[in-house]
Design a binder for this molecule. Structure first.
Ligand code: ZN
Length: 240
């Protein structure tokens, strides 16, 4: 099975549509979504509709937890808080109902899926360094964990008590424990504004990261038109 792994779509339907086009060229059997489908972007309902149609696994991210009232919005940064307030005003009852049925982690035979960290899913902890990854790898409940939340593609391997950072663009899952972050579809923060997503081949245990260009200017213009903070538009152009 070839499974697309997407995360942090953040209401960016323009990025998601570009990913969809690329996925149809690649040919995948399924899509797993690691959460934060809403927040920041101007099209939360359209993105949730797409996720509902295409993904067999969908997790709650911290933005959904805040939207549903499970996380105190005062814990979020200013931009995130404003975006959640805006999203509360436009989200449909049907999509809210769908989100209420989701959880913060999911297990398959080979993988643990979380939005933020496998030791305490839903805690909003960031895994940004090898030290962060080391702690998380000790807690994860499968040899392979997919996570998001940082919006920065990354892969780590724990082998013989040592954590290595791997090339996330192409890697084989072999001996040891692995954590892989497919980056963000809708708000990349690694200074590459292209949408990021991964494809995992469960037969060959191989992961490949893809980047696709999309119309960042239109996505940014729609954010401004919606009355969301200017910075949320600017950061899409810059990829930060
Ligand atoms: Zn996010």
């Amino acid at each position: 099975m070839r499974i697309a792994i997407i995360s942090d779509v953040h209401g960016n339907i323009h990025a998601l549509k570009a990913v969809e086009k690329r996925l149809s060229e690649i040919g995948v059997d399924d899509v797993w979504c690691l959460g934060d489908t809403v927040g920041y972007g101007a099209f939360p309902n359209q993105c949730i509709d797409w996720i509902r149609r295409n993904c067999s696994v969908v997790l709650l991210g911290n933005h959904e937890l805040a939207l549903l009232g499970f996380v105190d919005v005062s814990l979020l940064n200013d931009y995130a808080r404003k975006a959640i307030e805006w999203t509360k005003g436009v989200i449909t009852e049907e999509n809210l109902g769908f989100l209420k049925g989701l959880g913060v982690q999911h297990f398959t035979d080979c993988c643990q899926l979380v939005h933020d960290t496998p030791g305490s899913p839903g805690s909003m902890e960031y895994i940004l360094t090898k030290e962060d990854a080391y702690r998380a790898l000790l807690y994860q409940q499968r040899n392979l964990c997919f996570f998001g939340h940082t919006h920065i593609p990354a892969a780590y391997r724990l082998l013989s008590s040592t954590v290595d950072r791997l090339n996330v663009y192409s890697l084989s899952v072999d001996a040891g424990r692995y954590m892989i972050n497919p980056g963000s579809v809708g708000q990349p923060r690694d200074r590459d504004p292209r949408a990021a997503f991964g494809v995992f081949d469960t037969e060959f245990m191989r992961f490949v990261l893809y980047r696709v260009e999309y119309d960042t200017k239109t996505a940014a213009r729609e954010i401004l038109r919606a009355g969301l903070p200017d910075y949320l538009a600017a950061r899409l152009i810059l990829g930060v």
